[in-house]
Structures are given as structure tokens and as C-alpha cells.
Write a protein that binds this ligand. Structure first.
Ligand code: IPE
Ligand code: IPE
Ligand code: MG
Length: 261
């Protein structure tokens, strides 16, 4: 990592779309589920590096509400892998002070997966080093629908007036209620789309698209992303000030405004 990156330039919240597991396996002549296993193995080193860098929340897109459209065998393998990894990692998460937080809909998730998630969330609740938010059975539009239903029910019983519905209240009603908005979104696997991920929360996030397939994504790649983030000008609709006017490094590994890395 570029030593010029100071603590204040480190994103507090990084969200990742971990894409490319299937292609990673297929390019080796292996079944897609082997790619998912390799992808699961790539998480821990990246999480540890994020914590070392001072990142406070890492949100990982692990299974979208649209991923149910995949063949049953792949979905079943993903659910089984999720149970296996949660059981395997639980003690290590507690020891490392990592808090696990599930985001997404519970409806439709198998009972065993919910059990492992609930156990891990409860067991790691005291973790203060970093929060690992697992987006599982997550879809941003569904999340917004749930929030609208919750708020309109409160209006219907007279607990809330429509004018009391603010951006802040909506944020607090989403699955991510206790998490700050991501400062940085990384999508691996070369596709340049959001795939129904954190549509509300990403409004002002910096976005990096990487061609690296998720199982090949290393802690060094995370450092490179943080480095690039530190050089971005975030103006939030305003104009760049003297101190924020920095140039983006040449030869960047990331796909930048139409260019391919
Ligand atoms: C992402 O990898 C993991 C999940 C969606 C569960 P993919 O399985 O989408 O991999 P590709 O995009 O087909 O290579
Ligand atoms: C997004 O990847 C979901 C996850 C990484 C869990 P997909 O592979 O499902 O997204 P699309 O189909 O390319 O949009
Ligand atoms: Mg994909």
C-alpha cells in the first residue's frame, strides 16, 4: 500500500460484489461450485487486511435475491458452503474481535443457514475490531419495499406523519440501519453493474470495477483499491477544494471511466 495514504483517507466502509467464482472454476475445467469454495477461501485474508488498514465495516455480497434463479444444485451447494464456513470460522471470528452482521431477507433461507447465522451473530456481537456484514438473500429493491411497508404501517396507526419521513429515517429503516453508507464499492469479475446491491446506500460511494475474478482477489488488491480511493476527489455535489484536488495515479489496476485495466 502507498504509505502516503493516511488513516483519515481509509474508507470506513467498503462494500464488495464478490463476482467471478463460476468463471474462475470454468476456466480451469472445474464445476462452478469449486469456484464458490475458492471464493469463500478468499474472504478471510481480505477481511484481515481490511481490519489492519482501519476499515470498520466490510459488506460482502454473498447471495442475491436473484441468485435463487440458479440451478438448484448450485443454490444447495452455496447454502451448504455458507453453513460449513460459518461453523468453521465462528471461533476465529470471536477471537479476532470480528462482529458478523447479516443483511437481507430471512424469508426463503433454509433453517440450517439461519441457525448458523443467528449463532454467529450472537456469538460475535461483542466484536469491536471490524463488522463483517454478510449480504445473504439480499436484494436492494426488496429492502426498500420492506422499509416502505414498515413506515407506511407506522403512518397507518398514527405513529408517524408523512412529513416525518426523512432520508435519515429511511436509512434507519433499511437492513443496514446501524451501518454507515459505504465509502467504496468494489466489484470484481469485470462486470460493470450493481446487480441490485445497496442502491440507496451507494448514492455517493466511490466505485471501482476490477477484472480480477473474486477467488484471485488478494489482500494486496484491497490495498490497491484503498490507495486509489485515497486519490479520488469526493465532492458530494459541491466543487473540489484545494486539499481534495489530487490526481488519479497513472497505470491504475482498476477500470476507470471507460478504460480497461
Ligand atoms: C459470484 O460469482 C458468487 C455468487 C453470485 C454466489 P458467480 O457465481 O456469479 O461467478 P460468475 O459471474 O458466474 O463467474
Ligand atoms: C452479484 O453477482 C451477486 C453476488 C456476487 C452475490 P451475479 O453474478 O449474481 O450478478 P449478475 O447476474 O452478473 O448481475
Ligand atoms: Mg456472476
Amino acid at each position: 500500500m502507498n504509505t502516503a495514504v493516511t488513516a483519515s483517507e481509509v474508507p470506513q466502509h467498503i462494500a464488495i460484489i464478490m463476482d467471478g467464482n463460476g468463471r474462475w472454476a470454468q476456466s480451469r475445467g472445474l464445476p462452478r461450485v469449486v469456484g464458490h469454495r475458492a471464493g469463500a477461501g478468499a474472504i478471510r485474508p481480505v477481511l484481515e487486511r481490511a481490519e489492519q488498514l482501519g476499515v470498520k465495516v466490510l459488506t460482502l455480497y454473498s447471495f442475491s435475491s436473484e441468485n435463487w434463479n440458479r440451478p438448484t444444485a448450485e443454490v444447495d451447494a452455496l447454502m451448504a458452503l455458507c453453513c460449513e464456513k460459518l461453523a468453521q470460522e465462528r471461533a476465529g471470528l470471536i477471537e479476532s474481535g470480528i462482529r458478523l452482521r447479516r443483511i437481507g431477507s430471512r424469508a426463503g433461507l433454509p433453517a440450517e443457514v439461519l441457525r448458523e447465522l443467528d449463532l454467529t451473530e450472537a456469538a460475535t456481537a461483542g466484536g469491536t475490531k471490524i463488522t463483517l456484514a454478510l449480504a445473504l438473500n439480499y436484494g436492494s429493491r426488496g429492502e426498500i419495499v420492506d422499509a416502505v411497508r414498515t413506515l407506511s404501517a407506522r403512518v397507518a396507526v398514527g405513529e408517524l406523519t408523512p412529513s416525518q419521513i426523512t432520508e435519515e429515517l429511511i436509512s434507519k429503516t433499511l437492513y443496514t440501519s446501524d451501518l454507515p453508507d459505504p465509502d467504496l464499492l468494489i466489484r470484481t469479475g469485470g462486470q460493470m453493474r450493481l446487480s441490485n446491491y445497496l442502491l440507496w446506500q451507494l448514492s455517493y460511494s466511490e466505485i471501482l470495477f476490477s477484472n480480477t475474478l473474486w477467488p484471485d482477489f488478494l489482500p494486496e488488491d484491497l490495498c490497491a483499491a484503498v490507495d486509489e480511493f485515497a486519490h479520488r476527489k469526493r465532492t458530494f455535489g459541491g466543487i473540489a477544494t484545494e486539499t481534495s484536488a489530487q490526481s488519479i495515479p497513472v497505470g491504475s489496476h482498476y477500470v476507470e471511466q471507460g478504460g480497461l485495466s
